[in-house]
Design a protein around this ligand. Structure first.
Ligand code: NDP
Ligand code: ZN
Length: 360
């Protein structure tokens, strides 16, 4: 078997844990000796052993003189767990095959150096494109220190997100909505504007059969006008963070805060998206799934703070000028000023379409 075969297996293991390792990357490892797989591992949860350690434990003494396939450069620093490079050396591994180099400045190239110093053969960049893709979100977060932003909308064929009354349940069918729950589970947080919470009273939870980790719910609410009876404040299924401007009185904050509800007051009187993203990055949120409404969508797009757009299009038409469209005013006066996107994929989910695009 060739290197790519085992690396694909290691990448499958990594990919399967998408959404549960936050704020850590997903990593898979496979140990092979004389053409036989003797160890498999994946990093399952932050604070728990890394993929290499699980695989080495499974292989036991047989790991001596074996090859290890790892989707991400082994770590060389003492984090919450001891360095994997040391464990690989200690186990007597002969050759290390790596897909992506770790962009974390604490690791970047140092893990490989350490292995080479003791005479271990290292091959890196095997299936690097897939390796970088599975950790796209994590790499973005490490490099930029702000979350990776996915902007999701469910629209009608004529681009509306609700009827003129504000009624919006449901635009898309059951299959598309179940796909949304899947996407939610892959992000550390879900974000909406206060109007959506007031009008729709959404739960913003992942309600799949196997929900995994529930993302943090983030509400942009400058003056804390959120009514106390909203599901996001009452259900205690996931954490809710309310983001406010600087002018909200402390007494009001104390009234709302509990084990599940946190109020984060930003330094400016209005919520600046850049400031918000920096703060969320500091809070350890590597990715957010922005679910509108149109005002919030416009703010993120205006700031060019969107990495990926996921748009579900329902075969329905609402019509008229009063029903809200997907994005609020962007001050575009001619087609030359329109925001340019690149379509990446299109698929049919039940009766709806799902289009994924990136910003140009
Ligand atoms: P939003 O839900 O986008 O909330 C906007 C409000 O959020 C603002 O008025 C503002 O209120 C607050 N806010 C705070 N900071 C910001 C910021 N930086 N940028 C933007 N808003 C900020 O409201 P919309 O009225 O635009 O949309 C709500 C409608 O959208 C509902 O009818 C809902 O059903 C629909 N919807 C449809 C979806 C779909 O996929 N089809 C998804 C989500 C919503 P303040 O100043 O008081 O803080
Ligand atoms: Zn490690």
């Amino acid at each position: 078997m060739n290197d790519e075969f085992y690396m694909n297996l290691a990448l499958d293991l990594a990919e399967a844990t998408q959404g549960q390792t936050s704020p850590n990357p997903v990593v898979g490892a496979v140990i092979v000796k004389d053409g036989v797989i003797i160890g498999l591992g994946a990093h399952l949860k932050a604070g728990e052993p890394h993929a290499e350690i699980h695989a080495l434990r499974m292989a036991g003494e047989k790991a001596a003189e074996a090859n290890i396939y790892v989707t991400l450069e082994p770590c060389s620093h003492h984090g919450r767990t001891p360095p994997c490079a040391d464990a690989i050396i200690h186990a007597g591994i002969k050759r290390v095959i790596i897909s992506s180099i770790d962009p974390n400045p604490l690791v970047a190239g140092k893990g490989i150096e350490k292995l080479k110093e003791v005479g271990i053969e290292v091959t890196s960049g095997v299936l690097a494109e897939r390796g970088n893709k599975v950790n796209e979100v994590f790499f973005h977060y490490i490099r930029n220190k702000v979350p990776y932003v996915t902007l999701k909308q469910a629209i009608t064929l004529d681009g509306k997100i609700a009827a003129k009354t504000g009624h919006s349940k449901w635009i898309t069918g059951e299959d598309a909505r179940s796909d949304v729950h899947n996407e939610r589970s892959k992000h550390a947080a879900i974000l909406v504007g206060i109007n959506t919470v007031i009008q729709d009273n959404p739960s913003l939870t992942n309600r799949n059969e196997n929900p995994g980790k529930q993302p943090v719910r983030i509400i942009l609410d400058t003056h804390m006008k959120i009514p106390a009876d909203r599901k996001v404040l009452q259900d205690r299924i996931a954490e809710t963070w309310i983001i406010t401007g600087s002018e909200v009185p402390e007494a009001k904050i104390a009234e709302f805060e509990n084990e599940y509800v946190r109020i984060i007051k930003l330094p400016s009187p209005v919520i600046e998206i850049r400031e918000l993203l920096e703060r969320l990055g500091e809070e350890g949120i590597p990715s957010i799934y922005v679910e509108g409404g149109q005002a919030v969508n416009a703010s993120f797009l205006k700031e060019k703070a969107v990495n990926r757009l996921v748009t579900y299009i329902a075969p329905k038409i609402i019509g008229g000028n009063d029903a809200p469209g997907m994005v609020g005013d962007l001050q575009v006066l001619s087609m030359d000023d329109a925001l340019g996107l690149r379509f990446q994929s299109i698929e049919q989910i039940g009766e709806d379409l799902k289009i994924t695009s990136s910003m140009k």
